[in-house]
Design a protein around this ligand. Sequence first.
Ligand code: ASN
Length: 332
Amino acid sequence: MATARPSSCGRDSVPATPRASIDVSLVVVVHGGGASNISPGRKELVSEGIAKAATEGYNILKAGGSAVDAVEGAVTMLENDPEFNAGYGSVLNADGDIEMDASIMDGKDLSAGAVSAVRCIANPVKLARLVMEKTPHCFLTGRGAEKFAADMGIPQTPAEKLITERTKKHLEKEKLEKGAQKADCPKNSGTVGAVALDCKGNLAYATSTGGIVNKMVGRVGDSPSGAGGYADNNLGAVSTTGHGESILKVNLARLALFHVEQGKTVDEAATLALDYMKSKLKGLGGLILINKTGDWVAKWTSASMPWAAVKNGKLQAGIDLCETKTRNLPTC
Ligand SMILES: NC(=O)C[C@H](N)C(=O)O
C-alpha cells in the first residue's frame, strides 16, 4: 500500500494533511492511473502532464470556477495528453479500436453524468458533463451518446487521430502475450481522474479512460460508474483507477466514502477500501480522495500511480512510493 504524503513516507497510514482547516481551502488532486512500473524514459513526461493538469484545475478554482469546472478542466488536459490512457492516447480494444468511458459528479446535489464505449470524440469528460447538465439522464452509451454529442455540436475526431504508435505497440504486445486481464497485474495504466473542493465548499470528481488494452468490444469498466468516482458534499470526492472489474465488484469509490462516513481519516478510508479489494479479489488499483474539510490523500496498491495535488498554492506530486516532490506551480 503506497500513500502520497507531504514530507515523509512509509507503509503506515498517516493523514496526508492536517485535519480540520478553519476556512475552506481550494484543493485539487489528480491521478494518471494505477500502473505497473513507468519506464524511466516516460517518467518526466508523465510528471509534467500530471502537474500541469493539477495546476489547471487549481487555476480554475482560483479564478472563481466551481469544483465541477476544475475537475473537467484538469481531466480535459490529461485527455489531450498522449501519455495517458484517456482521450488521445486511449488504449486499444481487441479490434484495434478505441472505446472510451468517462463520468463526472457534482457533490452539491449529486447530479451526475457518464458516457461509455464512445468513439471519435476527443474529450469524453466534456460529453459526460453535457449528459449531466443537458439531459434528464445520468448515463448514455455507444451510438446514443455519439448522437447526443453531434446534437450538442461536439466535432467528430477521426479514430486515427486518437490512436498513437505507443498504443498500437501496446496492443500488439498484449496479443502476443495473450494478455489475460489479471486483477493483480494492472498493466493497463493511464486512466485519469480529478477531485476538487471549491471556495463554496462544493466537491466534485471526474474520471476518464480508454479502459484496458485488448478488452472485448463493448466492455465497460468502472470509470463511468459510482465505483470509478463519487462526490457528495457531506462526505468527500473520490476518483479511482485500477482493475475495473474488481473496482466494480467492491464499488470502490463509494466504499472509501463509506469509511469517511464512519469517521475515518482520508488515509484510513483509502487504506481500508483498497485493502478490502486486494484481500477479497486480489484487485490492485489506486484512488484520490478529498473530504469536506479539504484533507486529501492519494493512495495505491499497484506498483505506481502518478498523482499531483495543489492546496494553498503548493504543488506536491509523485509517481512511486517515497517520491513526493514539492514544487512551484508550473505555468500552463
Ligand atoms: N487503468 C484503469 O484504471 C482502467 C479502468 N479502471 C478500467 O478498468 O477501465
